[in-house]
Design a protein around this ligand. Structure first.
Ligand code: CP3
Length: 342
């Protein structure tokens, strides 16, 4: 029988949804912290196929999730295009910036990314051998707008102001950068599929700051282009899109982009999403990650409410965003128990 996750993505309605979590391999797990220490730092872990495969497998061993997500980061693509990338402990990523034509001209062509990203493909090949047969393997990349916000600002920003400013001041350069990221993302996800990813997910974490026509031009259109290219090369490989904080624009996103599944953040009302988003296909997400810190009967009730809200259509149980380092690993088991007994 096909894997539970693949069945949901194909549109099958299941009484108990498949479960996985954004950032399921991460700092809330002591075994992750130990392996990261062994690798030296986060980026060394991403580029060490044996250890990256090991941390991908850790949450599968502990919890038996229905899917494993490749351990890597969306910012490896800018690095593969030639940007400098480093992580400041307790603060987050830092990159060399792209704000002038000369910065853009110094980037590598999209086709050069495999030189840097080859270890990621090796991680996937290891996982295809080591994962339990019922566990689906998810590859991923950042969506062009979200990746561009980091490349322009050189860091994470609360409002993506530097990227909005470049868009206003030098639209040609801004669009050239989005195009380069789009081309690289197609090649990267295609190579992930060839290495064994059965599903791919596109993270547009900052889609919510694109308003009006900008949302269509810089969130919908690049996702549509990436999905069309992947569907042409790899028919039958499902794609999950995550336009975080898209609000009302969640409605129609799957139809407009060709995505097989839309991931919902935790600000979306589940009943609204069941009526307006799930009518077009599979949905995933929505549980507030804070429940993984606070736990208790509130967690059970919130998890069950999501299962019930989406029971009328194809559904993958997930959080609305990544699990945080202060989460209690026991609450993850509690969530799984609540979903599987709902
Ligand atoms: C925006 C973004 C990034 N990375 C990612 C996104 C999109 C999803 C989202 O909105 O969170 C995606 C990502 N990052 C990571 C994964 C691995 C797979 C998984 O388990 O979900 C995935 C899918 C590992 C990671 N990526 C990062 C960690 C923590 C690094 C560590 O071990 O110190 C992990 C496990 C670091 C990272 N990477 C990024 C930031 C802003 C940070 C620092 C903030 C933080 O520490 O949480 C960029």
């Amino acid at each position: 029988m096909a894997k539970k996750l693949m069945r949901a993505l194909a549109g099958e309605v299941q009484h108990t949804p498949p479960i996985w979590m954004m950032r399921q391999a991460g700092r809330y797990l002591p075994e992750y912290r130990a392996t990261r220490a062994q690798a030296g730092d986060f980026l060394s872990l991403c580029y060490n196929p044996d250890l990256a495969a090991e941390v991908t497998l850790q949450p599968i061993r502990r919890y038996g999730f229905d899917a494993a997500i490749l351990f890597a980061d969306i910012l490896l693509v800018p690095q593969a295009l030639g940007a400098d990338l480093w992580f400041v402990t307790g603060e987050g990523p830092r990159l060399s910036t792209v704000t002038a034509q000369a910065d853009f001209d110094a980037l590598k062509p999209a086709g050069a990314i495999h030189e840097t990203l080859a270890p990621v493909y090796e991680t996937l090949r290891i996982l295809t051998r080591e994962l339990p047969q019922e566990t689906a393997l998810i590859g991923f990349a950042g969506a062009p707008w979200t990746v561009a916000t980091y490349m322009i600002a050189g860091r994470g920003t609360p409002d993506q102001a530097p990227a909005h400013a470049l868009k206003a001041e030098n639209r040609a350069l801004f669009e050239a950068l989005l195009d380069r990221i789009t081309e690289a993302t197609i090649l990267y996800l295609s190579a992930q599929i060839e290495a064994g990813a059965e599903v791919v997910k596109l993270f547009d974490s900052w889609a919510g700051s694109l308003k009006g026509a900008d949302f269509d031009t810089y969130a919908v259109a690049p996702a549509k282009r990436i999905i069309a290219a992947l569907k042409a090369r790899h028919p039958g490989v499902p794609i999950i899109a995550f336009p975080r904080e898209a609000g009302p624009a969640y409605e129609g996103f799957a139809r407009a982009t060709g995505a097989d599944c839309v991931a919902l953040d935790n600000s979306v009302d589940a009943a609204w999403a069941a009526a307006h988003v799930q009518k077009d296909g599979c949905v995933q997400g929505n549980l507030a990650p804070g429940h993984m810190v606070t736990g208790g009967p509130e967690l059970d009730a919130a998890a069950r409410a999501i299962v019930e809200a989406f029971r009328g259509g194809p559904h993958i149980f997930n959080l609305g965003h990544g699990i945080t380092p202060d989460a209690d690993p026991d609450n993850v088991q509690r969530m799984i128990d609540a979903v599987r007994s709902a």
